[in-house]
Design a binder for this molecule. Structure first.
Ligand code: ARG
Length: 469
């Protein structure tokens, strides 16, 4: 409500002679998008520059008008950047705010800028340019997060910890291997960013309101000037397409799933019960009542903010699902979810990168827990297959009996005596102890993609090449 809207006669100027009265206050409030679409100012002005230059090149605008439009646009942009521009809600959106200010500066030539275009192709172009920039920024941010994970993975290539399935200790793994798993997830996110960018990079500009235009425009020229690969092929589709926004929100949603899982794990690892990680002071907070508390707030917020991003996707899908061709004002509702999800995801990626860079891993606790819960039982079974030549199913049976014995005696597998092992299978020799330690266990997992420290170091080099080069 706070944008200045004292210029109440501007609307009738813009709509021309047909409207004698201005809108009611409620109409103005529901109709205006300037409160949020001012974020598109740079893209809007960039699009206008390209359009004006094309109009001049095609002889639709005079050189003189073109020159004054470009100069005026520079000045308008300067005012917005400097914070001196007065956005007006009566002027509804960023497109009309910019054009109106241009008119104040250069007079009638400003009115010629809107030849052969409409706000419908203009807004589609602006939002595409904005999303494209956001995708590029996101890719950089994800790369930074991957770099942090890869660095910590290298440092902890040989740190053993329990690996989990069902959140039950399963087999020992290396922390480096665990962290590199997230690097792969984020690599898929980045490949979705690239796909989305490649698919959306076609220019709608010049589709005009919906049907194209009778002016001899050059859409290839504007497409090229704006860094698009080519113009879109159907004017009706061009002004009604928001697939790029939906795809962007979809990939942000999948990314948010990943960030939320990483964050959830940090919350678990930071608990006293696990004590695998100490989140640095700058990403923790205390309790106002319990002085001993150290809460993983940033992780919890990353986990929680996933809900906002999913909400943006659901909202946008719902806005679009009932719209017949072509543009409907409903589509003005595309911007807030896109901006909010974008800001949210960017913040969450930065928070996760900050936390991984600064966290302390409690390697002693990880190692201590790595062997708890008979996590080397599979190594025992594998040994029986390899050395005693038992079929794996039989080896599984022998191992089950050994685990039961250890459970009954309330000890770990390596605490059983050789006689006890032999009471279950007489063929077992004391070589068995060499596979029961967690270090032996992880070192033996050298299969492609496996957890051994040697693999992790190779995977670190490989990840640097694939993701950071
Ligand atoms: N503010 C509008 C939007 O964000 C711009 C397009 C308006 N077009 C129209 N025909 N009213 O979608």
């Amino acid at each position: 409500m706070s944008d200045n809207n004292n210029d109440s006669n501007t609307t009738s100027t813009i709509w021309g002679a047909r409207f004698s009265d201005g809108p009611s206050a409620v109409m103005e409030e529901i109709n205006a998008s300037i409160g949020f679409d001012k974020r598109l100012y740079a893209q809007d002005i960039r699009g206008s520059r390209a359009h004006a230059q094309m109009l001049v090149a095609q002889g639709i605008l005079t050189e003189a008008d073109g020159k004054s439009i470009l100069q005026g646009l520079d000045e308008v942009e300067g005012e917005i950047v400097a914070g001196t521009f007065e956005f007006s809600r009566t002027l509804e959106d960023i497109h009309m705010n910019v054009e109106n200010r241009l008119r104040e500066k250069i007079g009638d030539a400003a009115g010629r800028l809107h030849t052969a275009r409409s706000r419908n192709d203009q807004v589609a172009t602006d939002l595409k340019l904005w999303v494209r920039d956001a995708l590029d920024g996101l890719d950089d941010a994800l790369k930074d997060l991957q770099a942090a994970l890869i660095e910590r993975a290298e440092e902890h290539a040989a740190t053993v910890m329990p690996g989990f399935t069902h959140l039950q200790a399963a087999q020992p793994v290396t922390l480096g291997h665990h962290l590199l798993a997230y690097t792969e997830m984020l690599g898929r996110d980045r490949s979705r960013v690239r796909d989305c960018r490649a698919r959306m990079n076609e220019s709608p500009l010049g589709s005009a309101a919906l049907a194209g235009t009778s002016f001899p425009i050059d859409r290839d020229m504007t497409a090229k000037a704006l860094g698009f690969d080519q113009p879109t092929q159907n004017s009706l589709d061009s002004v009604s397409d928001r697939d790029f926004a939906l795809e962007y929100l979809s990939l942000l949603s999948i990314l948010s799933v990943h960030l939320s899982r990483m964050a959830e794990e940090m919350v678990i690892w930071a608990s006293q019960q696990f004590a695998f990680i100490r989140i640095s002071d700058d990403f923790s907070s205390g309790s106002s009542i319990m002085p001993q508390k150290r809460n993983p707030d940033a992780s919890e917020l990353v986990r929680g903010k996933a809900g906002r991003v999913f909400g943006a996707l659901m909202g946008m899908l719902t806005v679009m699902k009932g719209l017949p061709l072509t543009y409907g004002k409903d589509m003005q509702e595309d911007k807030e979810p896109v901006f909010d999800a974008s800001d949210t995801a960017e913040l969450c990626v930065a928070a996760m990168a900050g936390m991984y860079k600064s966290a302390t891993f409690n390697v002693d606790n990880m190692k201590r827990d790595a062997g708890k819960g008979f996590t080397t039982a599979t190594d025992l079974a594998d040994w029986c297959v390899r050395v005693l030549n038992l079929p794996f199913r039989d080896a599984h049976h022998v191992t089950g009996a050994v685990v039961k014995l250890a459970e009954d005696k309330n000890c770990e597998l390596e605490d059983l005596s050789l006689e006890e092992f032999q009471s279950i299978n007489p063929g077992i020799t004391d070589e068995i102890y060499s596979v029961l330690g967690v270090d032996n266990s992880v070192s033996s997992r050298t299969s492609l993609g496996g957890t051994s420290p040697q693999n992790v170091l190779a995977q670190v080099a490989n990840a640097r090449e694939r993701f950071l080069a």
